[in-house]
Each structure stands twice: as C-alpha cells, then as structure tokens.
Design a binder for this molecule. Sequence first.
Ligand code: NDP
Length: 319
Amino acid sequence: MEKEKIRCLIIGSGPAGLTAAIYAGRANLCPVLYEGIQPGGQLTTTTDVENFPGYPDGVTGTGLMDDLKRQAARFGADIRTGIATAADLSGAPYTITIDGEKRVEADSLIIATGATAKYLGLPDEQKYAGMGVSACATCDGFFYRKKVVAVVGGGDTACEDALYLSSLASEVYMIVRKPFLRASKVMQERVSHRENIHILFEHQALGLYGENGVEGVHLAKRLGEPDEEKLSLAIDGFFLAIGHTPNSTIFKAWIDTDPTGYIKTIPGTPRTKLPGVFAAGDVADPHYRQAVTAAGTGCMAAIEAERYLSETNKAGSVG
Ligand code: NDP
C-alpha cells in the first residue's frame, strides 16, 4: 500500500476543514486536506447563504465553499480528492487510510468530517430538493416569510426549528409521529405557547406534491392503525428535523463520542483525548451546527495543531 508522511492532515472540506487549512497553511504546516464524500460539505446542498459574515448580499453555498477553497489553496494547502476509509489512532503518527488504498501518517490530525442530516427516505425529498425541501431551518427559513411551512420531528431540533420559523412564516405545522414530543420540557412549553405553531401528533409524511415546488404534503394520521386517516396539507416549505448523523464512524474506536456519535472534545477547545488529534465543525457539535461556528472551530483546531507540533518539534518555521 502506498504510504506518505505529513505534518498536518485535515479530513473534510466544509467550512471547518477549509478554515483549518487556511490557518494551517499560513502557519507553514503544509496541510494536506482530503475532501471526503461531499466536497464542500453540507453548504453545497443549500441555495443562498445569507448569514455568513462578510457577504452582505448573500452568497451561494457553492460560491462560499469555492471562495474558502481558493483561500486555503492560496496559502499552500494541498487539497485532494479522497475519502478517509479507516483510521488507526493507537499512537502518533496517526494513520489514516484513503480510499482503502493509501496510508497517510500524520503528526497532527484535524477531523472535520461534518454531519449528515437525516431524511425520511421519500423519493419526493430528492425531487423537491432546493424547491421547498430543506434540512436547515436557519439556512433557508428566511425564504418562507409569511408562508406556511411544516417541520418533521419532535425533538429539540424540531422544536427549535419550529420556533425559529414561527417568527418568519405565517403558520408552522410540526409533523410528529408519536403522541408526544421527545424534546425537553422547556422546548415543549415554548412550542405549545406559540400561537402559529400547530402540532400534528401521530402524523407521518407520505409524500409531497406541487407543480414547480412544494405545494403540500400528503399525511397519514395513526398510520397502520384501524382508525388510520389520510389527509393533505397545503404548505410551501417542508423542513426535516429528525436528527443528524455525525460522520465519526472510523474514529470511534479511538476517541470518545456521545451516544449519537458526536466527537467529544475538551469543553471550549477542539482537543480530543488524543494529543495532536482535534475535531472541528459539525462532527463535534450537536448544538450550533452553523457554517460560521464550524469555521471558528476549524480555526481553533489549526492553532492547536500548530502549538502541538511546535511543542513536539514537528512544526515548520511559522511565516
Ligand atoms: P432527536 O433524535 O432528539 O429527535 C429526532 C426526532 O425526529 C424525534 O422526535 C423522532 O421521533 C423524529 N424522527 C426520527 N426519525 C423519524 C422518521 N423516520 N419519521 C418521523 N420522525 C422521525 O434529534 P434532535 O436533532 O432533535 O436532537 C439531537 C440531540 O441534540 C438531542 O440530544 C437534543 O436534546 C440535542 N439538541 C439540543 C438542543 C438544545 O439544547 N437547545 C437543540 C437541538 C438539539 P421519535 O421521538 O418518535 O423517535
């Protein structure tokens, strides 16, 4: 198997990975970044990004990621296509297998593999992607001002999304499959007190309809029960909030994760329990999951990597 030794390896090409690459490049760490399954990360699946600082007129998700990539390349980051398929973090240097065929040995490792929003698996979710279906209320909610939207899910994210959307949209329907919300009490109270949030308990989405975008959702109440009812609800936007899956599988044997799989870091830092291994962005963030927070932790991870390499005499001269 082909082998390579590098000082700073970054896995993932969302805002966290690319920001880490900018900082690590400027610190002369000669970072190598592997883009992963979805080059550019989750933002490449959204349309306009209006909440990333520095873009007063907004920017497309792909435009923002292209800018970050060019900026990282400008400082010497070696950005490569490839997927990390295995990890051996039993000791430094840490070994990552790329595409099952190349072993990279890294003195420091920044894990920025992100998280993947869960979808219901309905064919219509693909059909209406970017045309009324979204898995990010904070990213896309603004486009539904004074419109009617539905949020699928009954957890804290769904409640948070419903509350956020309720200040923009005219009506928000929560589609909850159980007869109760899984969310924390405080969130349950907040959604139940908001006049324009309507909770549809024991409902499940079966499909979407609309000519040039989402115009409604087909629902079943008490699906599979003797008193099952089918109904349709006119909506303009369909938001998924049924959880995210952090992309941490190959690292779980070596570092701590929470029950969902989010990498645990030392609070307030991107440090994992392994020296020289850092986690940034959504893979380590069950709470904020914003491009700007991911970029922030990517920056922190690169600064930590530079300090770690200096302390272990593996850093280059900082320019
Ligand atoms: P959760 O796993 O807590 O909730 C997912 C919700 O989606 C549940 O209501 C679940 O239903 C529903 N769901 C899952 N799959 C389907 C499906 N196929 N069809 C219909 N409904 C489905 O995920 P969250 O993202 O809400 O939260 C993740 C973690 O992050 C939690 O620990 C949460 O507390 C935390 N969090 C905290 C926040 C805060 O403190 N402010 C904000 C956001 C998240 P069911 O209940 O039936 O399984």
